[in-house]
Design a protein around this ligand. Structure first.
Ligand code: GDD
Ligand code: MN
Length: 367
């Protein structure tokens, strides 16, 4: 009852970090000694049962909390949900593998408490005193490239927008949530580019440590998600990311269709056109289904033979209605203005694509 009020929450996104959670709590405890804090692990149902390891800590120490998300993946969304789950006025995000320097936490809090006009305190590897530790040349180059790309969406003069280590006022964060994309790994960049006004920040240097236990989750998919997140910030208002991907995959499908049809006609002549067209359509549709399942809807990916078969069937149904809409619209437009056959065809394609997208996202990948 007579405890001082909660001051700082530390959100720790974790995926397969069972061997790191106890250390993290010890380090935070040492760093924030003398303050009232809570640590919130946000786990995405890790196969190594990180969540249970964290709950074991929580049973012994009420300052430790655990959010276990089941059926979802994603570093940024995990951070967002963790940050929304606290009553503390200040909330930090820190990696759960010990690579971020937790001794910065008290200085981040002090900076925000000393200056009410300050919105966030950011750990930076690229201000003087900071560093990337023992990264190889390749990772340094990739990180520098990603940072350069981020300049297209980021107006602020921030030395390390790729950093995932910062502290923010939790009220401000909650206000920003509706504007966040939540895509991929780069939660700080998401926050900095979401705000309707320039945010005021300080950067504190830290040296990125070497991971001692477990493995990094940064892979090609994460790299692709980064590009998707940038696209979303730049053009997402005009053409939503998912529709853009669906459309691009559809265009690839046209290539697959022609690639199948061409040799069939070469071998069987004109007589092979109709059966060839049927085969090519089925192949292209199956190709589109699997690619959309892996990319466009990777966050709700269908898995296992039964889900995939059901998904493919519903996708086929949706697409056949889409095809009818496509041909119907094109034919209708073409009747009036026969000179513009290409315009009629394109309008048909767009209508069919929107139809396929809307219905497949609802019925094939809807949950
Ligand atoms: N809940 C959840 N869900 N946590 C995740 C997920 C996920 O899908 N993916 C990764 N994490 C957790 C990891 O368990 C770890 O605690 C933290 O997020 C960072 O992931 P790492 O896999 O260790 O990434 P990294 O070391 O390559 O990247 C880090 O460094 C970058 C700087 O270059 C991240 O902190 C980035 O945010 C940071 O920008
Ligand atoms: Mn790491």
């Amino acid at each position: 009852m007579n405890q001082p009020p909660l001051e700082v929450a530390v959100v720790i996104p974790v995926f397969n970090e069972r061997g790191n959670v106890a250390d993290m709590v010890e380090r935070i405890d040492a760093a924030l000694a003398g303050r009232r804090w809570e640590a919130i692990f946000v786990d995405d149902d890790s196969p190594d049962d990180t969540a249970e390891a964290a709950r074991a800590l929580a049973r012994a120490d009420p300052r430790v909390r655990v959010i276990q998300r089941i059926g979802r993946r994603g570093l940024s969304t995990a951070c967002i949900e963790g940050m929304c789950a606290t009553a503390a006025p200040l909330v930090a995000v820190i990696d759960g593998d010990g690579q971020h320097d937790e001794t910065l936490l008290p200085r981040m809090a002090a900076a925000l408490e000393a200056d009410p006009g300050l919105d966030l305190a950011i750990g930076s590897r690229f201000t003087s005193g900071g560093g990337t530790g023992d990264w190889d040349r390749d990772r340094v180059a990739k990180s520098a490239f990603a940072t350069r790309l981020s300049r297209h969406v980021l107006k602020a003069d921030l030395s390390d927008p790729m950093s995932g280590f910062f502290m923010i006022r939790s009220k401000l964060l909650r206000d920003l949530v509706p504007r966040l994309s939540g895509i991929g790994f780069k939660i700080l960049l998401d926050v900095m580019t979401a705000a309707p006004r320039p945010l005021r920040f300080v950067e504190l240097p830290y040296v990125f440590r070497t991971r001692e236990v477990g493995e990094s989750k940064l892979d090609h998919v994460v790299a692709m998600e980064y590009l998707i997140a940038l696209y979303d910030r730049m053009f997402g208002r005009f053409v939503p990311v998912r529709f853009a991907m669906f459309g691009a995959i559809g265009a690839l499908g046209v290539g697959v269709h022609m690639g199948v049809l061409t040799p069939i006609i070469a071998l069987g002549g004109e007589a092979a056109f109709v059966p060839g067209q049927v085969v090519a359509t089925l192949v292209a549709m199956t190709f589109n289904f699997f690619l959309n399942n892996a990319l466009t809807y990777r966050d709700r990916r269908l898995k296992g033979a039964r889900e995939l078969a059901g998904g493919l069937l519903s996708f086929a149904l949706v697409c056949s209605v889409g095809l009818a809409a496509n041909v119907g619209v094109a034919t209708y437009l073409h009747q009036g203005q026969s000179n513009y056959w290409a315009v009629s065809a394109l309008a048909g394609i767009v209508v069919g694509a929107v139809w396929n997208f809307a219905l497949s996202s609802r019925f094939t990948w809807g949950r």
